[in-house]
Design a protein around this ligand. Structure first.
Ligand code: PHE
Length: 452
């Protein structure tokens, strides 16, 4: 089943193969060049950004006055400013909330030790501008440049782009706050005197910058070989119980129920996810861990240890304001926007649904071209992008309800169920049928399929 209840907090780094080769319908300009954020990029076989997706650049919902995502950003930033100060009383963390979302493959993946064959690099998962550039898939992409620039404690807030399924908790553009906290031995041990950071037997040699480091996936996740267990445990305690539980309680109150789940990220070791209990479900809200020491070394930091985390703003805002559908964050309807105000950040109202407009459900079945199958030449994410490009926010949900292979011809057939519902008005069946027809004919053009 494609639509599982997943949270846009942290990327699912451990997921197994999904959507292999891709035949995306790219945004090709006649000149084979794309203008993005004021720069020109040559397109190539990797290009799969659509005009629809590019239209989100610069929207900056996290900076829009009185927008719920801006309110969440301010609550997070204020928490860090308030809780962490240096000896002179100045905030310890600096905040970057306007970094260019166009990043290089090196920033988004290589710098973070994400293996070359890792699923998260696939065309079917990211929006590539060309082979070297993509719309960042996480705000962690800026980590290395900021540490190399001399920063120890910072937050990067901005929108990220991922090709994903469509449902009430997923949108191809959402917002993250990613943070790093790096401490020296003196700083950490001042609060907890005692242990060494690095194992006595560890050589401390700088990894050759040309060498691709082994993935930590198959290593012991308790700690990195270079670190002492005591240093890791102290850093883990500080990150989990001071920084992150502190933030969670600041946002949701002292009675919030939460739990830690062990996980794997290529750039932290050990790694965890934080889940909070909300409306009878455990919801993942963030990913975090102890930074891979090689990343710090390559950024010019040798004697320190660091933690990093990434948290999804929509997810927090949905819980905090009781917003039932992620598309609402993109609504310009005053009935939605007028409900939020940043005047009193600590007295936030719950969202009151404006009204419930009816859904319209239409199925679309087609034969794939000969020798093409789901996830082998045809990626459902390509179809979802096409639907978004044609129908925009009129679509509430899509699910792959059926697929089968004809025993005689060997051709594969798929059936998608598309649920149409506008956030702000009632759609007529005739209007839905018209859009549905456009989706069908765009599918024929883009994927060479045959409508059944
Ligand atoms: N970048 C991860 C994601 O987007 C979250 C994360 C950040 C995890 C930093 C660990 C450390 O899913």
């Amino acid at each position: 089943m494609l639509l599982t209840l997943r949270v846009q907090g942290a990327r699912h780094w451990v997921k197994s193969t999904r959507c292999l080769a891709s035949s995306a319908a790219p945004a090709k300009s006649p000149s084979s060049q794309l203008e993005v954020s004021g720069s020109t990029y040559a397109t190539d076989g990797w290009t799969n950004v659509t005009p629809k997706i590019l239209s989100y650049l610069g929207a900056n919902k996290h900076l829009q006055t009185d927008h719920p995502l801006s309110i969440i950003r301010q609550r997070i930033v204020n928490y860090f400013y308030g809780a962490y100060r240096n000896q002179r009383g100045n905030p310890l963390f600096s905040v970057y909330d306007q970094m260019n979302p166009v990043v290089t493959v090196q920033q988004n993946f290589d710098n973070l030790l994400i293996p070359a064959d890792h699923v998260s690099r696939q065309k079917s998962d990211c929006y590539y501008i060309n082979q070297q550039h993509l719309l960042r898939a996480h705000t962690t992409a800026h980590q290395v440049e900021l540490i190399s620039g001399g920063l120890d404690n910072f937050l990067v807030v901005g929108e990220v782009y991922r090709r994903e399924e469509i449902d009430s908790t997923h949108y191809p553009v959402f917002h993250q706050a990613a943070a790093v906290g790096v401490v020296t031995k003196d700083e950490l041990l001042e609060r907890n005197p005692g242990p060494e950071f690095f194992e006595e037997m560890w050589s401390g040699t700088l990894p050759d910058p040309k060498v691709i480091l082994p993935s930590s996936k198959f290593m012991d996740q308790t700690k990195q070989p270079c670190h002492t267990l005591e240093a890791v445990k102290l850093m883990e305690h500080e990150m989990k119980h001071h920084v992150l539980v502190g933030l969670t309680k600041d946002l949701f109150g002292p009675r919030i129920k939460y739990r830690w789940v062990d996980t794997y990220f290529p750039f932290t070791q050990p790694s965890w996810e934080l889940e909070i209990y909300f409306k009878d479900n455990w919801l993942e809200v963030l990913g975090c861990g102890i930074m891979r020491h090689e990343i710090l070394q390559r950024s010019g930091v040798h004697q320190s240890i660091g933690y990093a985390f990434g948290v999804g703003l929509e997810r927090l805002a949905m819980v905090l304001f009781d917003v039932p559908d992620i598309r609402l964050f993109w609504s310009n309807d005053s009935g939605f926007l007028s409900q939020f105000s940043e005047k009193d950040l600590h007295n936030l109202p719950k969202y009151k649904p404006i009204s419930h407009y009816p859904q319209c459900t239409n199925d679309l079945s087609f034969w794939l071209p000969q020798d093409i199958e789901v996830d082998a030449g045809f990626s459902p994410n390509d179809f979802y992008d096409l639907v978004r490009s044609v129908a925009g926010d009129m679509v509430e949900q899509i699910s792959l309800v059926d697929k089968f292979k004809h025993p005689k011809t060997g051709r594969s057939s798929v059936c998608f169920r598309i649920v149409y519902r506008h956030m702000e008005r009632t759609l007529t069946q005739a209007e839905v049928n018209e859009i549905h027809k456009q989706i069908a004919s765009a599918s024929v053009d883009s994927f060479n399929v045959q409508i059944r």
